[in-house]
Design a protein around this ligand. Structure first.
Ligand code: SF4
Length: 386
């Protein structure tokens, strides 16, 4: 029989929790109990009382998308829609220059699946950004890579190799939502399957691109769906690490945002969707325990707010995310980022200190860029790559 004591001892001894045990664990433990166990795993992986953050900017290069996800208010299906756009190089230059001014070390570049963009558009955009700016380019979710395979006739591995050759640094884990096809068929039937998401990510990890794992809860998924999602991520991470690749360097989860601008939000089942702060935090702690092979876990401020993110730092997380500078996707579906879409590095540091940790600025590969030693903001520069 799976008891609380048995599960507690397993986590304390560094043993792995099986999928069956995880289902039982969610039912048996309160949030605060899971948070205590998650902190054991957190400090086993990251012994110092440091919490990292990243200065970056999100740029959405196009909002035209053929996927029609029921939870998305960002996209325009028709490229002729007056609100449809593809960013010009001038606009992108302004955005990247502004980010560099703030000290950004990364640009997160994501967009819709725009059938009017040829393969050369993506290659030339990364090539141009890479040769014009010194900044990490973490771009495209697995579903955007899949879109590129459709317009080019190339395999995902070939597309990723082409992009890496012109300067792609990493592949963010966007579009993962819940990696279970029962859920995906209901909320985003035109988007790639869970298996394809994993397949593309595995190709990226074989090329040693920087990759992050994500999870979005609150689509009316069951606990079994969530465990299936985490199991897929953990299995891929095991394979990549065993093959000598770095695998995912970070796990990030957040809650599904929905308002009347999304078809899910307008649905008569809307009351079944979403997740509150306690549910989010419990999932944060649960994921840290289950994903014992991903070193860094992020407590995300954009959807539940920075105060909840502070609590997440006591539920297994050692990273608080990034400045973002702009957010165009979850904010349009009702996230707090609609009114507060950016955090300054100082604000992130305040939240980290308020939670009782030392802030460290990192880059997207988790190299430490800068340490703020004391509360009077005296800063010490640490060699990049230390
Ligand atoms: S979530 Fe992404 S893939 Fe889905 S409709 Fe919006 S932009 Fe397109």
């Amino acid at each position: 029989m799976i008891t609380k004591q048995y599960l507690t001892e397993k986590v304390q001894n560094g043993a792995r929790i099986s999928a069956e045990e995880a289902l039982e664990m969610w039912r048996l433990f309160e949030f605060s109990e899971l948070a205590t166990l998650a902190q054991i795993v957190r400090f086993r992986n990251n012994p110092e009382r440091n919490v990292t953050y990243l200065i970056d900017r999100n740029i959405n290069y196009t909002n035209v998308c053929n996927s029609d996800c029921s939870f998305c208010a960002f996209y325009r299906h028709n490229p002729r829609d007056p609100e449809a756009y593809v960013l010009s190089r001038e606009t992108m230059t302004e955005k990247v220059a502004e980010a560099k001014e703030l000290g950004a070390t990364r640009i997160l570049l994501q967009g819709g699946h725009n059938d009017e963009l040829p393969y050369s558009f993506y290659i030339e955009m990364i090539d141009w950004l890479h040769t014009t700016f010194t900044i990490d380019l973490n771009a495209f979710s697995p579903s955007e890579i899949h879109q590129m395979t459709l317009v080019s006739g190339r395999t995902a591995g070939e597309v990723l190799r082409d992009l890496k050759a012109v300067g792609l640094h990493g592949l963010p884990g966007g579009g993962g939502e819940i990696l279970d096809d029962e859920v995906r068929k209901r909320i985003s039937p035109k988007k790639i399957s869970a298996g394809r998401w994993i397949e593309v990510m595995e190709e990226a990890q074989k090329l040693d691109l920087v990759t992050t794992a994500t999870m979005v809860i609150g689509f009316g998924e069951t606990l079994q769906h969530r465990v299936n999602h985490l199991q897929r991520l953990r299995d891929l991470q095991d394979r990549s690490l065993a093959a000598g690749h770095p695998g995912f360097n970070l796990f990030i989860s957040w809650t599904h945002q929905f308002n009347e601008r999304t078809s899910l939000g307008r649905s008569r089942h809307a009351a079944n969707y979403g997740a509150g702060a306690v549910e989010y935090l419990k999932n944060v702690a649960f994921s840290r325990i289950f994903l014992d092979n991903i070193k860094h876990h992020q407590s995300s401020w954009p959807t539940c707010g920075p105060d909840v993110a502070e609590i997440g730092l006591h539920a297994g997380c050692d990273d608080i995310g990034s400045t973002m500078m702009e957010e165009n996707v979850v904010s349009q579906a009702g996230a707090p980022t609609a009114t507060k879409w950016s955090m300054s590095p100082e604000e992130l540091e305040i939240h980290i200190r308020q939670a009782g940790f030392t802030p460290l600025q990192r880059d997207s590969s988790f190299n430490i860029v800068r340490r703020s030693e004391s509360h009077d903001h005296e800063q010490e520069t640490i060699a990049h790559g230390a």
